[in-house]
Write a protein that binds this ligand. Structure first.
Ligand SMILES: [Zn+2]
Ligand SMILES: [Zn+2]
Ligand SMILES: [Zn+2]
Length: 210
């Protein structure tokens, strides 16, 4: 799908109007809660799509997703918990995940390619990629490739590979962090949305495709 910055701007404006309504709603309000829940992923998506193209829009969407998270956490704390599965907790709150500016991207090894002009192996012909020949641009066409690894990068080429779940720690680690009251399986709320935003995680910002 090809998306233009204009589309993202429109999406953002629609989100902004919805947050405006949620701000003034009489909480608890089932419809406002639904709206806020949906807004989390919508704003996360706008951030993903605008990050490297429109930093002003990215920052606006970031601020708005923090506000949505805070509204949800304040009025509907049950909507922002850490899922517990098979003895471990996971961070799956879209607001939290929107702050993790990393993702997985497949590393591809090219096994076979051909020249788009003459169909020979690009090693064996004299056409140069990017040059025009009789009005046609020479390109190397990959005909066979394999995926060799998943790389952790700050700008994944495929947005679908952004993490949707992050381990939140083992019961032993959580018990050490949370004190003796903690028992594995008790409901934990997402603290990200309770406290003020402490910034985006760009620990992988220097990681790019090799
Ligand atoms: Zn050629
Ligand atoms: Zn949260
Ligand atoms: Zn934030």
């Amino acid at each position: 799908m090809v998306s233009s910055p204009k589309t993202e701007q429109k999406l953002y404006e629609r989100c902004l109007a919805k947050v405006g309504n949620a701000r003034t709603a009489q909480h608890p309000d089932a419809a406002a809660k639904e709206t806020l829940l949906a807004l989390r992923s919508q704003l996360q998506e706008i951030m993903d799509r605008s990050e490297f193209r429109d930093s002003a829009l990215f920052e606006s969407a970031h601020e708005l997703v923090d506000e949505v998270g805070a509204l949800l956490r304040r009025h509907y704390s049950d909507s922002c918990t850490l899922p517990y599965r098979d003895g471990a907790y996971y961070r799956e709150c879209p607001v939290d995940l929107a702050h993790q500016r990393v993702g997985l991207s497949p590393e591809v090894r090219v096994l076979e390619s051909k020249c788009s002009i003459c169909n020979l192996d690009p090693e064996d012909c004299d056409h140069l990629p990017g040059e025009m020949y009789d009005g046609r641009e020479c390109r190397s066409v990959i005909t066979k490739a394999e995926m060799t690894a998943l790389a952790i990068v700050a700008n994944p080429r495929q947005l679908v590979t952004r993490p949707t779940s992050i381990p939140a720690g083992t019961p032993a680690e959580l018990s050490a962090a949370l004190g003796p009251k903690f028992r594995p399986g008790v409901q934990l709320c997402c603290d990200r949305c309770l406290s003020a935003c402490d910034g985006l995680n760009r620990d992988f910002a220097s990681a790019t495709h090799g």
